[in-house]
Design a protein around this ligand. Structure first.
Ligand code: IPE
Ligand code: IPE
Ligand code: MG
Length: 238
């Protein structure tokens, strides 16, 4: 087992869970099977992160751009999300998980929106780990939204343009109360951000692995954390 230094754990790990479709295709199965396996992986990694514990875990589950996928695939993803929210609430409560969604929740079916609100409200006191699910999330849209909200504040006379600093700007992002990710993991060999947390990742360490998300194990996760602990973070200093 990979050993970790408990003193140098990341406060926030963000994961781009990629490769479900390829996992299925390699087995000659429809993409759906990959997504179903992907949910199982997500559950295992959430449990592991909670054990360690990692204070904040953000999972990119559905991007704004993913609405362009075929209708049938979107329907499958909605069903999986529905089942996840319905089944996992007791587990989240038991583990002390505080659940949060970032992204355009208003674009989801009504019943899913209600389940999201219920999970957020019921788990609000969770103090072991914050689990953030990025749903219909796009970083550029998030940044534009923050600018819109700030413009409203200025128009209402509550803020002057001079007050707009990187810190005040960040208070209008979905992640206003969360630390920036220390580590970002992307599976499946792709080495890009795909419109994920652009503002928040200014000094994040990136970890790319060719492993497809359904095959990503707890041990792989520990390996990524160990690699993070070997990195020297400078933040512009010498
Ligand atoms: C990630 O796997 C899951 C979502 C984007 C919802 P993909 O579905 O992108 O899998 P690949 O990249 O096609 O293999
Ligand atoms: C990014 O994966 C979004 C999620 C993992 C939810 P994609 O598979 O959608 O990204 P691209 O299209 O390869 O950039
Ligand atoms: Mg993909």
């Amino acid at each position: 087992m990979t050993e970790l230094d408990p003193e140098r754990l990341p406060r926030h790990v963000a994961i781009i869970m990629d490769g479900n479709g390829r996992w299925a295709r390699r087995r000659g199965l429809p993409r759906f099977f990959g997504h179903r396996e992907g949910v199982k992986t997500a559950k295992r990694i959430i449990t592991k992160a909670c054990e360690i514990p990692i204070p904040v875990l953000t999972l990119y589950a559905f991007s704004r751009e993913n609405w362009q996928r075929p209708e049938e695939e979107i329907a499958v993803l909605m069903d999986l999300l529905r089942a996840y929210l319905r089944e996992e609430l007791p587990t989240m409560l038991e583990k002390g998980i505080r659940f949060r969604v970032i992204g355009e929740r208003e674009r989801f079916p009504e019943d899913i929106q209600e389940m999201i609100t219920l999970c957020e409200e019921k788990t609000a006191a969770g103090d072991r780990m914050t689990l953030v699910l990025a749903l219909s999330y796009g970083a550029r849209a998030e940044i534009a939204r923050a600018a819109r909200l700030l413009a409203g504040e200025v128009q209402a006379g509550r803020l002057s343009p001079e007050d707009i600093t990187p810190e005040t700007f960040a208070r209008f992002l979905y992640t206003w109360d969360l630390p920036d990710p220390d580590l970002l993991i992307r599976t499946s060999g792709e080495q890009r951000l795909s419109n994920f947390l652009l503002y928040q990742c200014a000094y994040t360490e990136f970890y790319f692995t060719p492993v497809l998300w359904p095959d990503f194990t707890e041990e792989e996760f520990l390996r990524a954390l160990a690699e993070y602990q070997r990195r020297e973070r400078r933040f512009g200093r010498v």
